[in-house]
Design a protein around this ligand. Structure first.
Ligand code: GLN
Length: 538
């Protein structure tokens, strides 16, 4: 049974400073020194979870094994630490209030007036402590979303203040991330925004122990001293976080800056064991020294936003490193594609991934893409909606049913090859009601999927309402579509493929969510390999 120590990561000056990556990097360094570490994220918005949010609002929605729809930072945590997260790792203001209001309705507050202080802050504190109380972790890192100074962040900062008081100085550490901008006209780095942001935190009763300063230029010793003096932290507690080309370099940059050592010293934990980062360095070396290159098209409808397909892009980085190959991912707006221009738009690509998604927009472009890939032997990888589109395409163009569709796009389709799951028909609420989380899948021996995974039982994560319609299974089978992955409990089709094709596979689940630096996902690894073959054959 371990007694956890708590690290809080807050942010100031602006959003998008990379709090999630700093938290994940620190966790990685502590883990590499032998401390069992986990990270959780608290988000100050009122949605109960990000599952109902448009990717344009919030980037990708990440899904955990236990079926929580979460912030995409949890993806970074898993990719860096190679350990799964769960519902407890992501908490929102919506969930906090929901719990408090439910308690109130149940009469748990015994007639008291229910207030932000103490009831909301108490619930925040309870949630902070949950992971630590499992006895599994030496260190729990809690990242507070939002920026210090936001009205909605106030209860969280107050909860941190109280926890520091309750847990004591040696068991807590507050790391504050700020921006040190460079003013071109003055030719100088400016520390005032950092000073103001720390002042904001101090006014709320929280003195940060460590400052991580995001900057485009190196911090001079004078700047470091100035920040330390005016923000009231030790000189070695001013950590430079300089822009780097890959997020995977950040742990090494933080190691050099001694973020882990300073944190451990603050928590009165030993830093004698040097971190073992051999496999991490190996990964980075292969990532930055590719021996070949492939160009992969990512066909989707949220392509304008970098964060919408975060896990897919990261899984390509992992697979690229394994194959010592630079994977050049080109985003292609599915709305701009059709039968008439697919050949021209997709020419020169070594493989195409058709992305997950919801709703009608861009669907025909995805189907035209798949037709082109199937007929021209270009490697195809379809994820979730991407797999469903492959089924529709096959029904229309091979089975000869032009009206084949998914019930999601055309509820009146005569050939509903993708149908709503039985259990979904009664569902009214949108939030948290899809088929979510990890499910088992049995793979047919000798199939492409079997070659890819090298085993016959796998577990993958899901997030969808619609499914392959088993009514049509025989017709598909008789006409060459291989159903190579089946859920053993309910016979749902989870993987489809085509034999006479160099690489054509569609999966109903989301393999990208399980790809990590230490454990790159085999589907991505083999897809990149197939793309390498395609590139060679040109
Ligand atoms: N919209 C589809 C469904 O709900 C696919 C979802 C997805 O791609 N994640 O089944």
């Amino acid at each position: 049974m371990k007694k956890a120590k708590y690290v809080f990561v807050t942010g100031g000056v602006t959003s998008s400073l990379g709090k999630g990556i700093i938290a994940a990097s620190l966790a990685k360094l502590l883990q590499a020194r032998g401390y069992s570490t986990t990270i959780q994220k608290f988000d100050p918005y009122i949605n109960v979870d990000p599952g109902t949010m448009n990717p344009y609002e919030h980037g990708e929605c990440y899904v955990t094994n236990d079926g929580a729809e979460t912030d995409l930072d949890l993806g970074h945590y898993e990719r860096f630490l190679n350990i799964p997260t769960s519902q407890a790792n992501n908490v929102t203001t919506g969930r906090i209030y929901q719990t408090v209001i439910d308690n109130e309705r149940e009469g748990k507050y015994l007639g008291k007036t229910v207030q932000v202080i103490p009831h909301i802050t108490d619930e925040i504190k309870r949630r902070v402590m949950l992971l630590g109380e499992t006895g599994e972790y030496d260190v729990v890192i809690t990242e507070l979303g939002g920026t210090v100074g936001d009205i909605e962040s106030l209860p969280y900062v107050e909860a941190v203040r109280q926890l520091r008081w309750e847990l004591g100085n040696d068991d807590t550490c507050v790391i504050h991330l700020t921006l040190v901008p460079y003013l071109k006209a003055a030719g100088e780095l400016k520390t005032k925004p950092t000073q103001h942001s720390v002042k904001g935190l101090q006014e709320l009763g929280v003195q940060p122990d460590i400052l991580v300063c995001r900057t485009e230029h190196k911090l001079t010793p004078e700047i470091r001293k100035k920040v330390a003096l005016f923000c009231n932290v030790n000189r070695n507690a001013v950590i430079e976080s300089i822009d780097v080309s890959s997020i995977y370099e950040v742990p090494l940059v933080m190691l050099k800056e001694k973020l882990d050592k300073v944190t451990l010293a603050k928590l009165r934990l030993s830093s004698k064991v040097e971190p073992n980062l051999d496999s991490w360095k190996d990964f980075l070396f292969r990532l930055s020294h590719p021996k070949s290159e492939v160009t992969i098209g990512l066909v989707g409808k949220y392509v304008e936003l970098q964060d919408a397909y975060k896990s897919i892009n990261e899984a390509f980085n992992h697979a690229g490193s394994v194959n010592e190959c630079n994977v050049n991912v080109i985003s292609i707006q599915s709305e701009a594609l059709g039968d008439e221009n697919a050949a021209e738009r997709l020419a020169g690509l070594d493989g195409v991934l058709v992305a997950p998604g919801f709703g009608d927009r861009g669907i025909e472009g995805k189907i035209s893409t798949i037709k082109y890939l199937r007929e021209n032997n270009v490697p195809f990888f379809g994820i979730c909606l991407g797999m469903q589109c492959a089924v529709i395409e096959y029904a229309r163009n091979v089975l000869g049913h032009p009206s084949a569709h998914s019930i999601e796009m055309n509820p009146k389709s005569k050939y509903p090859v993708i149908d709503l799951m039985e259990g979904q028909k009664k569902v009214k609420n949108k939030g948290g009601t899809m088929r979510l989380g990890s499910y088992e899948c049995e793979i047919t021996k000798g199939s492409l999927a079997h070659k890819v995974y090298g085993k016959t039982t796998i577990k993958e994560r899901h997030r969808h309402r619609y499914e392959f319609n088993n009514k049509f299974i025989k017709e598909f089978k008789d006409n060459g579509l291989v159903m190579s992955g089946i859920n053993p409990e309910n016979n749902l089709v989870e993987i489809i493929e085509i034999e006479e094709h160099p690489f054509f596979i569609g999966v109903q689940f989301h393999p990208e969510l399980k790809s990590t630096v230490d454990n790159p996902h085999p589907l991505f690894v083999k897809f990149v390999k197939a793309a390498q073959e395609k590139a060679k054959s040109r």
